[in-house]
Every structure is written in structure tokens, then in C-alpha cells.
Design a protein around this ligand. Structure first.
Ligand SMILES: *[C@@H]1O[C@H](CO)[C@@H](O)[C@H](O)[C@H]1NC(C)=O
Ligand SMILES: *[C@@H]1O[C@H](CO)[C@@H](O)[C@H](O)[C@H]1NC(C)=O
Length: 398
């Protein structure tokens, strides 16, 4: 019986391949594989493999079929590069078994914005593998207060759609690890991001001007935000994420500019924060802005020793930069905090510092229990309107 089934499938597969050879409109049912090694990539970690990767991409991109770009075991040195879209292939999948490494000299990445960029692509997946941004030398330079370049984001998708990242590890980026900019329909799952807890500006995932993005089953340990959510983010779903060390999940900073798109419909569910600076933060500059935050749900979270488990900070004004004496123009409304438990590392576990000209509305606290050193914690509300439901400790100041 098993034998018969196998035989049947094989003949069906070859039938499809035969059809696709006869009729190009069936071509998408086949997959063409390109191995970066056969384009000249060297898995030794020191030979520059940039051209080989770009040539493999060009071949895949020009193929009318679905394609796989194979990156076998080993370490591949890549200079800054961009994979450009407008591809014929409807589906390009990087299958990575190896590690992609940044140049040893941090100045090479330091002077560009992005190390590995994808621009205007559709139907691209990155499956497995690791990306090593070689960031510590730049972090050291910054820590010594020397004149250092600002650094590159390790992996950025811009103006792209139907993107999947599955099982990728990204370590030691100079700056942000993964950025999603002006994209839609993006799924990141089983992603692991690791950088030192004191590394500067090493956000895990940054999303902006994008819609329908999901970030699932992943962990982020860095020196900055676990996830940073910028203006123009709509329909963002975050589920089963572990954050810390780092600065937690942050909507903002917003109100950097007057003309700014809002953040709408963000859900974070089943997140765990371990030793993070913040849990759920919404942060805006104390500046005029047309931006807003509308429809956010923070559900089923565990906080372990988190400095600010729940915080809204609309008074952000570092270095007194164009904001002293001003208030934030960002309107925050309909934010739910439900079933959030654990320990705060500071006395004030719930802290709403909303704008005096645009108070927060529709804040809802439901079944929240946060303690501080085995005692009840405190809450603080300024310009915050809403309601508490069920058991809320520290008791809502709403
Ligand atoms: C996430 O992990 C859970 C538990 O390990 C698993 O049941 C679920 O299928 C995973 N989801 C995805 C989308 O990988
Ligand atoms: C909110 O976003 C989720 C995905 O995160 C989506 O399923 C849902 O339809 C969106 N809701 C609205 C009202 O757009």
C-alpha cells in the first residue's frame, strides 16, 4: 500500500514537471535551486562572497519559477549589499544552513545605513541560518566616546510584501537587528536575536510604515528595544515573545515630527519579560504632532523583575531637544492591559504620564497583578482616563 502511494506521488510530480516544460504557464509549480557555492561563494569566513550572493540572487530573480537559494554550512563574509526586487520569480527562498558574517573592520558597515537590504521584493523567505553583525568593536568605540560611525542595521526589508523569516538567528548587530519599513504581509517566526545587554541602539525588531506584520515564537536579548513600533504601523501581531535584557516592547518614540502617521491595531499576547527596563511602553516626544496611537491590546504577559512593567511616557525630551515646556500632540486611545502578572523592579509598576493637551482615553486595566519586593507596588496616573476591571494591583489610579 505504502509503495503504491509513493509511486503515485512520484508520477504526479513528474507529470507536473512535464507539463511545465510544455507550457510555461505551469512553470510556477516547479522550483529551481541555486547554490551560492556554485556562484563562487567561499564558506571560509574571510573570502568576500558578496558578488556570489548577488549573482545567485540575479539568477533566482530572473527565473520564471519558484526558486531556492541555498547557503550551505560554513561562514560567508558579506559587504553591505541590497537584493533588489522587480523579480520574475514569484517566490524566492533563502535556505540558510550557514552563518553570514560582517567584515571585521566595523568602519565598513559603520558608514552605511544597512548591511543586508531587500528592496521592493515580494514573496521572499529566509529560512534558518544565522547573521552575525560583528558589532562589539563598534560598541566599544562608542563606549569610549570616540568619534565613531553610527552603525548599520543588520537586515532591512523596505517597500516589500509577502515576506517570511523563519528560524533565523541574528546576533551582535551594530545597530538595529531587523527593520521592516514600508512593507505589508510579513511573518517573522522562530527568530532569535542576541546582543549584549549594554550594547547601544541594538533594537531587536523595528517596524514602521507597515501593515499586517506578525512576530511569533521568538526571543530577543539586546541592549535596546525588544520590538520598537514606529509611526504608520497598522495591524501588528506579536505572540509568544521573550524579551530581556533590553528595553522591552515600545510603541514609539512618536511625535518626533509634526507630520506623522498613527499607530493602529497592535496586539501583544503571551509575552515574557525578564530583567527588562520596560515591559509595555508607549513613548512620545513632548512636541506637537499629528500622530496617534489607537487600539492596542497587551494581553497575558509575565513580568520578571522589570523596571517599568506598564508605562506611558509622553514627556520624552532627551537633551532638551526642541521640546522644553511643550506637550505631546500624540493622542493615545483604547489601550487594554489584561492578565499581566509578575514583579516590578521599581516601586511604581503602573505609570501613565499622558499629555496635558491630549489626555489618554479608553485605558483599560483588567486582572493585573504586579508586586514590588514581595509587597504591593504603586501606580501613578497623570492625564489618564479609563477604567479598571477585575482584580488590579497596584490599584488603578484611573
Ligand atoms: C509556536 O510555538 C508553539 C509552542 O511551541 C507551537 O504550538 C506553535 O505551533 C508555534 N507557532 C508557529 C507559528 O510556529
Ligand atoms: C487588527 O490586526 C489583526 C492582525 O494583527 C487583524 O487580524 C485584524 O483584522 C485587525 N483588525 C482590524 C479592525 O483591522
Amino acid at each position: 500500500m505504502a509503495k503504491f502511494t509513493t509511486f503515485h506521488c512520484t508520477s504526479l510530480a513528474s507529470f507536473i514537471i512535464t507539463l511545465s516544460m510544455l507550457n510555461p504557464s505551469f512553470a510556477a509549480t516547479t522550483t529551481t535551486t541555486y547554490n551560492v557555492i556554485s556562484f563562487g561563494a567561499k564558506p571560509n569566513g574571510v573570502t568576500d562572497s558578496t558578488k556570489a550572493f548577488l549573482n545567485a540572487w540575479s539568477a533566482a530573480c530572473a527565473s520564471p519559477t519558484a526558486t531556492v537559494i541555498q547557503v550551505p554550512k560554513g561562514r560567508y563574509l558579506l559587504q553591505p549589499l541590497t537584493f533588489q526586487g522587480n523579480c520574475k520569480s514569484p517566490d524566492i527562498s533563502f535556505q540558510i544552513d550557514g552563518t553570514i558574517v560582517a567584515p571585521a573592520d566595523y568602519r565598513i558597515l559603520g558608514r552605511v545605513d544597512d548591511w543586508i537590504g531587500f528592496e521592493g521584493v515580494s514573496g521572499v523567505s529566509i529560512i534558518g541560518g544565522a547573521i552575525d553583525g560583528n558589532g562589539p568593536a563598534l560598541w566599544d568605540c562608542k563606549a569610549k566616546g570616540k568619534d565613531c560611525p553610527s552603525g548599520a542595521t543588520a537586515l532591512r526589508f523596505s517597500d516589500s510584501s509577502k515576506i517570511k523569516i523563519d528560524g533565523l538567528k541574528v546576533i551582535n548587530s551594530q545597530m538595529f537587528h531587523i527593520a521592516i519599513n514600508r512593507c505589508q504581509d510579513v511573518v517573522l517566526q522562530g527568530v532569535k536575536i542576541i546582543a549584549a545587554g549594554n550594547s547601544p541602539n541594538t533594537d531587536g525588531i523595528h517596524v514602521q510604515l507597515s501593515r499586517n506584520v506578525a512576530f511569533i515564537n521568538s526571543s530577543v536579548q539586546t541592549g535596546d528595544d525588544c520590538v520598537s513600533i514606529g509611526p504608520g504601523t497598522k495591524n501588528l501581531w506579536i505572540e509568544r515573545i521573550t524579551c530581556g535584557p533590553g528595553h522591552g516592547i515600545s510603541i514609539g518614540s512618536l511625535a518626533k515630527d509634526l507630520e506623522e502617521e498613527g499607530v493602529q491595531n497592535v496586539t501583544v499576547t503571551k509575552a515574557i519579560f525578564i530583567g527588562a527596563e520596560n515591559g509595555f511602553r508607549i513613548k512620545s516626544w513632548a512636541r506637537p504632532s499629528k500622530g496617534f496611537v489607537q487600539g492596542v491590546q497587551f494581553i497575558d504577559a509575565i513580568m520578571q523583575n522589570v523596571q517599568n512593567p506598564i508605562i506611558v511616557d509622553q514627556k520624552y525630551c532627551p537633551r532638551n531637544d526642541n521640546c522644553p515646556g511643550q506637550t505631546s500632540g500624540v493622542k493615545i486611545s483604547d489601550v487594554l492591559y489584561k492578565n499581566i502578572r509578575g514583579t516590578s523592579a521599581s516601586r511604581v509598576a503602573i505609570n501613565f504620564q499622558c499629555s496635558s493637551t491630549n489626555p489618554c482615553t479608553g485605558i483599560r486595566l483588567e486582572d493585573v497583578k504586579l508586586t514590588y519586593m514581595n509587597k504591593p507596588a504603586q501606580s501613578s496616573c497623570v492625564n489618564a482616563n479609563g477604567k479598571s476591571f477585575g482584580m488590579v494591583e497596584p490599584n488603578g489610579c484611573l
